[in-house]
Ligand binder design. Sequence first.
Ligand code: PLP
Length: 449
Amino acid sequence: MMVDSGRKVPHIQTPLPGPLSRALIETDEQFVSPSYTRSYPLVIRRASGTTLEDLDGNLFLDFTAGIAVCATGHCHPQVVAAIQRQAEQLLHMCGADFYYPPLKDLARKLCEIAPGTSPKRVLFTNSGAEAIEAAIKLARYHTRRQHILAFYGAFHGRTMGALSLTASKITQRRRFEPLLPEVTHVGYANPYRNPYATEGGEGCVRFIEDRLFKTVLPPEEVAAIVVEPIQGEGGYVVPPADYHQQLKALAERHGILFVVDEVQSGMGRTGKMFAIEHWGVEPDIVCVAKGIASGMPLGAMIAKAGIMDWEKGAHASTFGGNPVSCVAALETISLLEGGLMENARQVGGYLKTRLQELQQRHPLIGDVRGKGLMIGADLVKDQVAKTPAVAQRDAILQRCFEKGLVLLGCGESVIRFCPALVVTEAEVDTAVEILEAAMQEVAPATGVA
Ligand code: PLP
């Protein structure tokens, strides 16, 4: 169902929030957990492609895709049709206890497209955090080691195991300790804010080898290095060209499993099926979720077959690999392979160029980075000290929302762009125009506020 019915998007026709949205929010806020991080008073009635319609008939251009989830755009007709067909046949039967075709088909497909040539196997989950939990458990089971190495800035989810690896915002961990023991965090190589080249410094792989492994952490006790190929919540940070090769080599030298969290970066978003392919590295375990089923809940842990050596009953989930989610994923992958991944590469390149042009005109933008449609603009108060422009970033996001462009932040002061992979260059032009107008209002280019 098209929601824009011929109207130009965005189209804001009421004050925000409109009266119907305002009434819903009042009730919602009485009954729903206050821990949710809603940034905008946006109540969505329906959506299609990159367009959201709120309860009051306002149309928004969505550059979040439900946080990098609706890969094929909202309610892609082929995905919806696949869901409808499957819903008439089988809703649930528990893939951990019984067999059914969509689960087998999707497992085989994921094994085919996973990075590298080693045979693989899949364990299905409902979410990204659960895929990470599964990876932690498998890494411990297979290696019989306990320790995990993770990175500052990482976000791996909010369940207790995944949270133990997460080091993104203190509010996510405060008052939840004790978490999983034997987790060590190290700096993530951020070429803009934490120069990788600093000899032996945080973020440098040599720091792990020369300092950590020689002083506090016996490498033979480390089960896994868990890393995002491109840090998501941490600020859309793209590490240097040899970073993952170096991490993988380090892991191999010590018999440590190299686990990549592709929950946000995977499923075509960066112009390749998995972001780690940009570094040409074959991981031992890959975790995916978010974009895999275009909005249906599903996650997966894909591991080298030789590593997935656990016994019957060691791990499973009631809903993981639900048949309706599996057919949505199969349809999503077919659309990605049929052109959307290429669109992410092309339109993502266009978006990056447009933002780099904007950067030339606007000193508030310190860095534009990313791959495909996983692009971040890091806002700074001054270009030399690179002081994060947090208040300005937040104010710009609010102005964009008022003008009908939905964006989210990440990192300390980064604007993240993760639209659906169906986004067009014309939509990018609209988004960049709105962003520039919002930036001019908040911090005119002649002098950063
Ligand atoms: N890993 C990464 C890289 C993520 O971005 C997220 C969610 O934002 C997760 C894991 C957790 O996924 P979920 O919210 O589905 O549990």
